[in-house]
Write a protein that binds this ligand. Structure first.
Ligand code: 5RP
Length: 294
């Protein structure tokens, strides 16, 4: 209990300074609650409004992917250079030191493997565990147009409802079934469904034609996946175009951890996302950093 003897009388009320009521910097997030905004601000840099997420959750359906054979050896050294780590709870608990200050985005769906129908996913983590792990968002796979479309969309809405209850953002990850065409029409449909049903941000793939219509018609931030490994200059060019065409960041995995110089690549991607650097200049940075390492 505070000592109440000898309290100074309050005297300075700054009556000439109106209390500020500023809008939140992130697209579509202004009406969210304080805790939700606070978590989002740990993912999206408040200065640039963007994020570089490092995705290392592939093992939840792929097993030990190339570059992720040993998360403790290959990935821990990269964490300082990412804004956010996207990971499963198993990898987080077993391999990431709990004193990390990095924002964590937790993969919370699962239930399929590359040996079976991939869209047959459901919620695989309780929100209580996400809260226990002190993460900043939960990632849910959504398969619009695939066999288990209905089930995965409703998994997302269940997570959104629970997330709203506890101030935890939901990242909807649009997964494209093998049979689907990856074009602007498909991604406008998939991302808009996720946003309309309440996801606080959406992950999708970059497409070279019409991506700006996908970001424009989605009322919440979009981050792009990296997809399969490209050459460094091609991956940097893709990131650049995505940012210039309205993306709020990247959630890249293989194009970073499968690079011959992952830290250099992560720093080059950061230059594009946070500093609007051109792909050519970012590639120069990549080569310089890579050579310093060699
Ligand atoms: C798995 C995912 C991955 O996080 C996503 O694919 C990002 O990794 P990459 O850049 O390697 O594609 O959501 O479904």
């Amino acid at each position: 209990m505070a000592d109440i003897d000898g309290l100074n009388a309050p005297k300075e009320f700054y009556t000439d300074i109106p209390q500020k009521s500023e809008s939140f910097y992130l697209k579509g997030s202004n009406s969210l609650d304080w805790g939700m905004k606070n978590r989002l601000s740990r993912i999206f840099n408040p200065v640039s409004g963007k994020t570089v997420m490092l995705a290392v959750d592939h093992g939840y359906f792929l097993g030990p992917t190339a570059g992720l054979e040993r998360i403790d050896v290959n990935i821990l050294p990269l964490i300082p250079y990412a804004d956010t780590l996207m990971i499963t709870r198993g990898a987080l608990r077993t391999m990431v030191p709990p004193d990390t200050q990095k924002a964590i985005v937790l993969r919370v769906t699962g239930g399929a493997s590359i040996l079976t129908e991939l869209s047959n996913e459901d919620l695989a983590v309780d929100i209580e565990d996400a809260l226990r792990l002190n993460v900043c968002a939960m990632a849910v796979q959504v398969y619009v147009g695939s066999e288990h479309e209905h089930q995965t969309i409703l998994s997302m809405t269940r997570m959104v409802d629970m997330g709203l209850r506890y101030g935890m953002p939901t990242l909807a990850v649009t997964a494209v079934g093998k049979e689907m065409v990856r074009d602007a029409k498909y991604f406008r449909l998939a991302t808009r469904i996720c946003a309309e049903l309440g996801a606080q941000y959406v992950k999708t793939y970059y497409i070279s034609e019409g991506f700006e219509t996908v970001t424009a018609s989605c009322p919440v931030p979009i981050v792009i996946a990296g997809g399969k490994k490209l050459s460094e200059i091609d991956a940097l060019t893709m990131a650049y175009r995505a940012i210039q065409e309205g993306a709020a960041g990247v959630d890249m995995g293989r194009n970073i951890f499968q690079s011959v110089a992952p830290v250099a690549m992560l720093k080059a991607v950061r230059a594009i996302v946070h500093d609007n650097e051109t792909p050519e200049k970012a590639f120069e940075l990549y080569k310089t950093l890579k050579n310093e390492k060699d």
